[in-house]
Design a protein around this ligand. Structure first.
Ligand code: AMP
Ligand code: MG
Length: 401
């Protein structure tokens, strides 16, 4: 790697320094907000449950009326009304009275507990209760799940299925979300042809378009595809310029190393972009080139699909999450224990897709070009430069995807 190469953390820092925090937002129907980033802090507007209610089918009673009740000497209470879920209680309970209640029904004033049907004789006008209950036994309090004012969702937080349920229980039908950033994707290489066409000699299908497009979507961006470009610097420059007009960020693959037709550094000069870095000290995909054409970044990755995927996850993912409004942009990390040996020496810092279950991690061993071993991986091993081959049982640093 060249003299201008920099460590990964510096590269991420330089990219994030040039990545604006967005201000644009829109209102999305609640279900469409799944996976998007909340533009607002949202606090509970109502208590959940909104009123004291019964957690089961039974009789709402004042516990004092059950004092001393037993099988031999059951308490006998007059049933004054029946309350279903959705009813509003009409009558307060007087001494010696109770109400039949169904799950979710509001409790009448004077009720301090609920006895299950099964524990009574289930009488109609009068009911016999052969046991005593504690105050507030089987009693759901107003606000016991959620109190007015509790934070439900923070600005910059990704909206999950769980959030959507809570927001719906508060009566929301929409959510305010950041606009999705448009991310331009450009595959370069004269060997590439689109899918669904017969392969001619020497050609391969362009998988990076999809490798990166899917990753843009899961990172919170909207992929915008440029037409594939052959290894031709003016043609690539023209396509990048066109994408810069409509996109917030651009990721290209191919042509970043030092082969005869690796034109991306030249393309950077042709579009008069500043070079943020040329080369990142990591394997695979180290010839990453960061270009900046104010106010937008063009990140140029190796064409090797496996390398493109890993360098996208490490460098482009954080940029897209920042552009999408997420307050947390870097992936979570943990430590794991290798389940199988990793036989390579790592002179440079090395990243390997892996599968983690519990604390056990199994590296998907493959060259940087392989996509086939990637399915099922849920993390990336982060192996420091200067690490000898690793054995099963060794402790490793893990980046969670
Ligand atoms: P490059 O980075 O241009 O030197 O390409 C490195 C390797 O990745 C070569 O074997 C290319 O054929 C392959 N490659 C480049 N772009 C793509 C792509 N879009 N889809 C699949 N393979 C690619
Ligand atoms: Mg190439």
């Amino acid at each position: 790697m060249g003299q201008n190469s920099i460590p990964l953390d510096s590269a991420i820092e330089r990219l994030l320094e040039q990545t604006p925090v967005p201000g644009k937002h829109e209102t999305a129907p609640l279900l469409d907000a799944l996976g998007r980033i909340s533009f607002k802090n949202l606090d509970a507007l109502i208590n959940m449950p909104p009123f004291d209610s019964s957690p089961l089918d039974g009789f709402a009673i004042c516990h004092k009326d059950l004092a001393g009740a037993s099988r031999d000497k059951p308490a006998v209470l007059r049933v004054i009304e029946t309350l279903y879920a959705g009813d509003a209680p009409m009558k307060p309970l007087a001494k010696g009275e109770c109400a039949r209640v169904m799950t979710g029904a509001p409790l009448p004033s004077g009720a301090t507990c609920v006895v299950r049907y099964e524990d009574t004789d289930n009488g109609k006008d009068y009911v016999q209760v052969p046991l005593s209950l504690r105050e507030y036994q089987n009693y759901r309090f107003q606000g016991e799940d959620l109190r007015i004012g509790r934070r439900l969702l923070g600005k910059g937080e990704p909206i999950t299925a769980a959030h959507i349920g809570v927001l719906a229980s508060q009566g929301f039908t929409e959510a305010s979300v950041f606009m999705r950033p448009k991310v331009g994707i450009l595959s370069t290489g004269s060997e590439l042809i689109p899918g669904n066409q017969p392969l001619s000699p020497g050609k391969i299908y362009d998988s990076n378009r999809y490798v990166l497009g899917a990753r843009v979507a899961v990172s919170g961006g909207e992929p915008v595809f440029g037409p594939n470009a052959a290894d031709d610097a003016p043609a690539i420059a023209e396509t990048v310029e066109a994408l810069l007009k409509t996109c917030d960020f651009i990721v290209t693959t191919g042509g970043v190393s030092v082969g005869d037709r690796d034109y991306m550094p030249l393309v950077g000069e042709m579009i008069r972009a500043e070079q943020l870095f040329r080369g990142v000290r990591m394997k695979p995909g180290g010839w990453i080139t960061g270009l900046y054409k104010a106010p937008k970044i063009v990140l140029c990755l190796s064409g090797n699909p496996g390398a493109a995927a890993i360098s996208f996850d490490l460098l482009a993912g954080p940029v897209i999450r920042r552009l999408a409004g997420a307050s947390r942009v870097l992936p979570r990390r943990t430590r794991g224990v290798l389940e199988e040996p990793f036989p390579k020496t790592s002179d440079n810092r090395r990243f390997v897709y892996a599968r983690m279950e519990g604390e056990k991690v199994a590296p998907s061993f493959s060259g940087s070009g392989s996509l086939a071993t990637l399915t099922g991986c849920n993390c990336i091993l982060d192996i420091p430069g200067g690490t000898p081959p690793l054995s099963a049982g060794d402790s490793v640093e893990v980046i969670l995807l």
